[in-house]
Design a protein around this ligand. Sequence first.
Ligand code: ADP
Length: 394
Amino acid sequence: MEEVRLKILVVDDELGMRVGVERALSDFCVNVDSVCCCVRFEVIQASSGEEAVEKIRADKPDIMLLDYKLGGMTGLELLEEIDVEYQNILTIMITAYASLETAVIAIKRGAYDFLAKPFTPGELKSVIKKSSEHIVVQRQALKLAEEKKQIRFQFISVLAHELKSPLGAVEGYLRIMSDRVLGEEIGAYEEIIGRSLYRIGMMRKQIMDLLDLTRIESGQAKRNMESVDVVSVAREGIEDVERQASERGICIELEFDGRVEMEADRSELSMILNNLITNAVKYNRDGGKVRVSICEREGRVMIEVEDTGIGIEQEQIGSIFDDFVRIKNENTKGISGSGLGLSIVKKLVDVYGGELSVASEVGKGTRFSVVLPKKAKVCDGNGQERDIKLVERV
Ligand code: ADP
């Protein structure tokens, strides 16, 4: 449980009152379960309004216990002088009598609560408990709002940054074409047309990743749960990267135990498999291998995507599932991505109550394992259970 320390300024011209408050609160602790924190207090004293003004400026207290009747500047004058709301100080007025009139005036000037003199340590603690809960919950809400703003900003800036260079490249290629730099024959432009299409494809993938992530995180994703053939989803994922893989001499193997079915939203299951398979090709060495294996054990679907690629350093494994994380080193130079693929996989696996793990060795390869609960059973095309392992080369 996180510990929060709040400063309380007691402004009272009676020494006995100030010392009493300090004593009552010295070991006092408020547990705010809703935000998992425990609040402790440091008490500062001021014997006059003038001294209080100085201490407020120097110590920036969180709560002020303010006597209504002070010699010199009164409690209400002090509230006006320092503008407690602007200073973000939660003020509790101490009054010798609980009068409605003083209550109204003090609240208008920014006071939060009241304590009528004489009060017991229990009454003091109860008002301090309420005030400190108010402060920590309010701060937590502000922190969350700030985080939300930051995430939105991060999303937009990553998108803008990631799209800037492919957009620039495609613009450059189009200028070459519009200025007829390579002559009048369309055939001369084949290579740059191909490159443009590739860059546009990458941009589309980045935008789609961001949309997928936003959809999952918003919790508003409409799930179309059905019985899904996991092997066919994997096969489609392999087909999507086949051209890229064969250009680099990478061989993809799909291993499966008959027909593996599970209850899922097909497009979400496809996001899990596609991201893992794409990475296994992207981060592989030329001439390498990718093994995609799908089987069912004890009512669970086990998916493994293993490659013979660059591998991941142990100290970086902990962060690869975070949003926008991309490992930057000599091996990953020139490989494009959004840094969102694995965070999408992780979030989806969590949605399905599954488990995701990774084992990797630098220079040797990486294996991602996903275990998802299933309701369907393993059977072959004829609806019969099979335990023969088929190896299909694609
Ligand atoms: P990206 O869009 O960068 O591929 P991901 O979230 O899919 O984003 O992956 C995060 C990072 O994890 C990648 O930038 C890469 O460095 C590393 N990574 C993911 N999959 C593999 C893999 N199969 N082999 C090696 N590194 C990988």
